[in-house]
Design a protein. Structure first.
Length: 49
């Protein structure tokens, strides 16, 4: 039963390499930097509006 379910899942879901922690950290850092940059722009707009 378990084996049938696993093979059915692998047939429908493409198998991808799991992301390394370094990749996850780099992506998270990029996202945080984008959030901070956007927050700085909004803050500047409010301060100098």
């Amino acid at each position: 039963m378990q084996h049938e379910q696993t093979s059915a899942n692998s047939a429908t879901i493409p198998v991808t390499q799991p992301a390394s922690l370094d990749d996850i950290f780099a992506q998270t850092l990029d996202e945080l930097e984008a959030i901070v940059a956007e927050a700085q722009v909004r803050l500047a707009e409010e301060l100098y509006a």
